[in-house]
Design a protein around this ligand. Structure first.
Ligand code: NAG
Ligand code: NAG
Ligand code: NAG
Ligand code: NAG
Length: 388
């Protein structure tokens, strides 16, 4: 009975492969990256781990190119990790840019294109650079973690684990048999796999040989580098009554917030680049072969960790329907700040209004002996400033 079921699944699989080849495919006019749409189109509760066929049937896989589908099908479980990674990346982008004129808006429907809207019609801006980097990083992070959680079939715990047995054993350790003092390292996040998968899956979308192609691949790689460099060692003590006779350690990725903050720094310091003569073809590193040079000769050449762009951004002040921009009208600003979140800059000199509003807040909180806290809900009048 089981072989029959397998055969059927296989038959459906082949059939869908053929269908996939023969169906006419629409050409994307603008080079929208659509796998990002998985963030909203996939229910993360779906358990698709054991099934091959449903991955192909699932209409929510539409955002993927044919080659990307092949990659996720070869690695059952990755599709959910990719969707999670995209969500985390979007959330992080919106957190890092919450006080900026461009605050990383997304549209859930994607309107046939990308969930980040039409901003990619202006393709080579800093904002694009950040989106590419943070989403490539999100996939790396999420897949690496999913491996160690056991939810991807083709990977498990990372191999790079360190064991660190404390040398000075407490005296009571003498009574413990030697076998019990050894425990091989815990389960590391599989960063190698996450990186490899992200490179394969994310970079697949990029085609051509133009500056935009190079910029996107460079920024994807920069995103991954910032995930890899943010890992740390975690350890756990074992032993009788908490004595640290044996310590197991493993490598753990930092919370994604840390990666997001690093990328935001690189966004602020990103150099504008152009393509220099691609002379050094002996260089085996594809990214270095691009030879991206800073437009400003006083800047140094971008390193692998830097974000790069080649097109100046719009001001983001005014509505522009072509680019899907809303402008800053109605945005809240900070009247006492002279930074980008301040009313002068945020409102682009148009001015602002002061508004009082009623805010429900927790107040009169009382602490009980067992750690419980009970609060009242108070009405407070608060003031906010909104851009005209
Ligand atoms: C919107 O942006 C495009 C591309 O930058 C520009 O050509 C166009 O003039 C802008 N439209 C408005 C109404 O500002
Ligand atoms: C507004 O800006 C001031 C000065 O930079 C800062 O101290 C304050 O925390 C900001 N307020 C909010 C709500 O962000
Ligand atoms: C909070 O407590 C104070 C006295 O402690 C009381 O006067 C006030 O009404 C309380 N507020 C609410 C919303 O319960
Ligand atoms: C807060 O305001 C709501 C109406 O917005 C009212 O129903 C409620 O009683 C108020 N609560 C207090 C503690 O004043």
């Amino acid at each position: 009975m089981a072989p029959l079921r397998l055969k059927m699944i296989f038959a459906i699989f082949i059939f869908l492969q053929i269908l996939d080849f023969t169906l006419p495919r629409k050409k994307n006019k603008i080079r929208n990256v659509r796998w990002w749409n998985l963030a909203y189109s996939i229910s993360l509760r779906d358990n698709m781990l054991n099934e091959v066929a449903p991955i192909y049937i699932n209409p929510s896989l539409q955002p993927l190119t044919r080659k990307q589908r092949r990659v996720v099908t070869r690695n059952p479980g990755t599709i959910v990790a990719v969707a999670k990674g995209a969500r985390v990346a979007i959330h992080e982008c919106q957190f890092q840019f919450r006080n900026r004129r461009w605050n990383c808006p997304t549209t859930e429907d994607g309107r046939g294109g990308s969930i980040f809207g039409d901003i990619f019609k202006a393709a080579g801006t800093r904002e694009t650079a950040f989106i590419y980097a943070v989403t490539a990083a999100g996939v790396t992070h999420s897949v690496a973690r999913a491996c160690s959680e056991g939810s991807i079939f083709t990977c498990s715990c990372g191999r790079r684990r360190r064991i660190d047995v404390t040398s000075s054993l407490p005296t009571s350790a003498a009574s413990i048999p030697p076998a019990a003092t050894w425990e091989w390292g815990g389960c590391s996040d599989n960063i190698e796999f996450g990186q490899r998968f992200s490179r394969e899956f994310v970079d697949l979308v990029e085609k051509g040989r133009d500056l935009r192609y190079m910029m996107n691949l460079h920024n994807n790689q920069a995103g991954r580098i910032h995930v890899v460099s943010e890992q740390h060692q975690e350890c756990k003590c074992h032993g009788m009554s908490g004595s640290c006779t044996v310590k197991t350690c493993w490598m753990r990725l930092a919370p994604f917030r840390q990666t997001g903050a690093r990328l935001k720094d690189r966004f602020d310091g990103a150099p504008r680049v152009y393509q220099g003569n691609s002379g050094n073809s002996r260089n085996r590193n594809r990214l270095q072969k691009f030879n991206l040079l800073p437009v400003n000769p006083n800047h140094k050449s971008p390193g692998p960790q830097d974000l790069v762009y080649f097109e100046e951004s719009p001001t983001f002040c005014d509505e522009n329907r072509t680019l899907g921009l809303q402008g800053t009208t109605g945005r809240q600003c900070n009247v006492s700040s002279i930074g980008v979140d301040g009313c002068d800059l945020m409102c682009c000199g148009r001015g602002w209004v002061e508004e009082t509003y009623l805010s429900k807040e927790r107040c009169n909180c009382t602490f009980h002996w067992c750690g419980q806290v009970t609060c009242h809900i108070c009405n407070r009048t608060r003031v906010r400033h909104l851009c005209l």
